[in-house]
Design a protein around this ligand. Structure first.
Ligand code: PEP
Length: 254
């Protein structure tokens, strides 16, 4: 049984006061939710303040990225231990915006996931094809490479990784993959994990969909056999839509 997840990626949004109000308001709205893991990924600078607010709730914190280095002369970078000190249980690795603007490669993602796991963080590892790659019919080749180059040497027998399939053409564009298109890629990801790591690990790995998820389309997505929740950008910034996504996901377990 895989418990579904709704994870909200705030990206570079909200002021500190807005972040605190959001977290304080969210807690009572989701305190009866037991069957969906709730994660929010605010900017680094808000993690500590939000940890103080959320630590007695079931809402977990994630960082949006991290360095693969643990300490030293890396101006501007943040390490795994720094984000765990701020209360994070999760870290997003390989988001398409990090791949695009910070040249994050599959190899770099693999190193970051390894260091994250060594520091008791669960990586939320993002994969996804560009529009050009989909048009050229190489979606599955791209996804397979992204998955294998990251997970092959990771200790998934003892630690969890969460995969987020986020077609780049669907992120922030309002164009959502159809449930069938998304399911086909999710099933392929699970088969790829199975070949690399075995059936047990493949069956327990949670695979999220991301890309223009909204309250209006979440149910059709989450009802697909291999879609175990969503990584949400735009629709996680408003309290009402984030809570609606969580409530609609709370009853679906694959
Ligand atoms: C994201 O950036 O991870 C994302 C899925 O964004 P949006 O929901 O806005 O498409």
């Amino acid at each position: 049984m895989r418990k579904p997840i709704i994870a909200g990626n705030w990206k570079m949004n909200k002021r500190l006061s807005e972040a605190k109000t959001f977290a304080e308001s969210l807690i009572p709205l989701v305190n009866t939710i037991n069957d969906c893991d709730i994660i929010i990924a605010p900017p680094f600078t808000y993690l500590s303040a939000l940890d103080d607010i959320l630590k007695s709730s079931s809402i977990s914190l994630s960082a949006q990225t991290m360095s693969h280095e643990l300490a030293g002369a890396f101006t501007g970078d943040i390490s795994a231990v720094m984000i765990t000190d701020c209360g994070c249980k999760y870290v997003i690795i390989g988001h398409s915006e990090q791949r695009l603007y910070h040249q994050e490669t599959n190899q770099a993602c693999q190193e970051k996931c390894k260091v994250a796991m060594q520091n008791k963080l669960t990586p939320i590892y993002c994969v996804g094809e560009s529009l050009k790659e989909r048009t050229n019919n190489i979606t599955l080749t791209v996804i397979q490479k992204q998955i294998l180059e990251c997970i092959t040497d990771l200790p998934l027998d003892s630690q969890e990784i969460i995969i987020a399939y986020e077609p780049v053409w669907a992120i922030g564009t309002g164009k959502v993959a159809t449930p069938e298109e998304a399911q086909a890629v999710h099933q392929f990801i699970r088969q790829t994990i199975e070949k690399a790591k075995g059936t047990e690990i493949a069956n327990k790995t949670r695979i999220l969909y991301g890309g223009s998820v909204k309250p209006a389309n979440i149910e059709d997505l989450i009802n697909q056999a291999d879609i175990d929740g969503a990584l949400v950008g735009g629709a996680c910034l408003e309290l009402d839509s984030f809570v609606e996504l969580i409530k609609k996901t709370n009853y679906v377990t694959h």
